[in-house]
Each structure stands twice: as structure tokens, then as C-alpha cells.
Write a protein that binds this ligand. Structure first.
Ligand SMILES: [Mg+2]
Length: 263
């Protein structure tokens, strides 16, 4: 399976103008570290992305983070940033929020306030990120992590928000369909590539995998590649649903090097 996918990837390098490169950021381009503020995309990957952004139809970083934060991590103007799990897009210096999400802005702020009061003193980190809320419990003992998950789930659901749990983080968002899958669909419809790949390592990335598959079945995309980044904490579906599996951020570097190569 992997060999065929590598061959396909090599072929795509010859038609960059027809090809979209979509990628998750944390755990995919930037190694996971204990404090999200400290994570960083290695310089080599950044330079590769800069080259790809010049020749490919679109290069987009699709992240759970707020878009300005996603942009800070990659640091490139030519890249489109789709953040907050499909709620927010940043390109050419302007941020757009999905309009259906706006009525929930106050509820999200209320959950952040409650979490800061209740979970902050126990060591959880409540990230300020606008239209969604992220409560990080990576640096706390497991029983406090369980408490964080239970608290955010209970209070978030009471406020009418949707709750998801990822690697060391529990997140709340407006209950409308907006995820990495809707992000991919919107970008494909807007930019019109024939081929598209997505690289990701975590649960929310599976929506992107599935959107690629649907777009191919609908004939909107002619070819797709789902690239899974294997890690100890990632869900098993990242491996089982992928067309190509790579090992960590280094493995993602190999993928990007193949895409820039003109042989
Ligand atoms: Mg990730």
C-alpha cells in the first residue's frame, strides 16, 4: 500500500498547479510539546512549505488552533490558514468566521470563564481562542485530567456546545457542522484542484480524511491521498484509514521533500 502511495506522490510533483496540499500542524508539522505555546515547525519544513506554496494550487494549514496562532507557527504569508476546526479562515491578512457560529460566541466565553475558575487552580491551561474553547490537561496528573474532561463536558453541554477530546486537550465549539472536513470541502470548491492530500495525526483529522474520500467519490477530486502520522497517542484510525503512513514530523518532511522534487 505504501509503495503505491509514494509513487502517486512523486507523480503529483509534476503537476503542482493541479494539486492541493492540506496539512494539520500540531503533531504533524510541529512536534507535540508540553506547552502549546512552545511548539514550533522545524526550519527545514518551513522552507519546504514556502517552496510548495509558490508552485502548488494551494497550501493550507488546517488546525485546531486559532488562525493567527496557526500562522505564527508556520510563519508564511502564502499559506492559507484554516483554524479553530473549520470555524475560521485566515488568508491575505484577513480572518473570516463561519457566520452560523456567531450566536454561540457568548456561550464559549462563559465556558472559558468557568473553566479558568474551576480547573485553572488545578493546573489546567485554558487557551483563549475566540469562537471555540480549548482546555489543556497535558501537564496535570491523570485524575485531574479526568476531572477536566468531565467538567468541560458537563458545563459545555449545559451551554449547548459540542465537546470533543483530543491528545491532552478537551475542546468545546458551537454545535454546527464545522470541522477539518468542511474546511477541506470549502477549500477544494473555492480553489478547484484536481488532486488533494491531507496529512494529520489525531482524531479531528479523520474528518479531513473522510471529506477527501467523499470528494473523490463525487468526482470533484480525481485523486486523493490521506497521509497518517503515526504516534503513540493518536487514534488507530489514523493508521487504518490512511493511504500512506509516516513516522512523526520527520516522516512528514520526507513527504514534503518528494513533493518539491522535480525528478
Ligand atoms: Mg495534530
Amino acid at each position: 500500500m505504501n509503495n503505491k502511495a509514494w509513487e502517486k506522490l512523486k507523480g503529483w510533483g509534476h503537476e503542482p498547479e493541479k494539486t492541493a496540499i492540506f496539512t494539520d500542524i500540531d503533531g504533524t508539522l510541529a512536534p507535540i510539546v508540553s506547552t502549546p505555546d512552545l511548539s514550533k515547525v522545524p526550519e527545514e519544513l518551513r522552507l519546504l512549505l514556502a517552496r510548495l506554496a509558490r508552485s502548488y494550487r494551494i497550501v493550507a494549514g488546517i488546525s485546531g488552533r486559532a488562525t493567527p496562532d496557526a500562522k505564527k507557527l508556520i510563519g508564511l504569508e502564502d499559506v492559507v490558514y484554516y483554524g479553530n476546526h473549520g470555524f475560521e479562515i485566515l488568508r491575505d491578512g484577513a480572518v473570516e468566521v463561519v457566520p452560523e457560529a456567531m450566536p454561540y460566541a457568548d456561550k464559549v466565553r462563559e465556558l472559558e470563564k468557568l473553566s479558568r475558575e474551576e480547573l485553572g487552580p488545578r493546573g489546567a491551561f485554558v487557551e483563549d481562542k475566540g469562537i471555540t474553547a480549548s482546555i489543556h490537561y497535558r501537564n496535570v496528573p491523570p485524575e485531574v485530567g479526568e476531572l477536566c474532561k468531565a467538567f468541560v463536558k458537563r458545563e459545555g453541554e449545559r451551554l449547548g456546545l459540542r465537546i470533543t477530546v483530543g491528545r491532552g486537550v478537551v475542546e468545546a465549539r458551537p454545535p454546527i457542522r464545522a470541522d477539518k472536513g468542511t474546511a477541506i470541502r470549502r477549500l477544494v470548491e473555492e480553489y478547484g484542484p484536481e488532486k488533494a492530500l491531507f496529512i494529520g495525526d489525531d482524531t479531528t483529522d479523520l474528518d479531513a480524511f473522510r471529506a477527501l474520500e467523499e470528494l473523490r467519490e463525487e468526482g470533484v477530486l480525481l485523486e486523493t491521498l490521506r497521509i497518517g502520522v503515526k504516534s503513540d497517542e493518536g487514534p488507530p484510525e489514523i493508521v487504518s484509514e490512511a493511504d500512506l503512513i509516516v513516522d512523526g514530523v520527520e516522516g512528514v518532511g520526507e513527504v514534503l521533500r518528494v513533493l518539491v522534487s522535480e525528478d
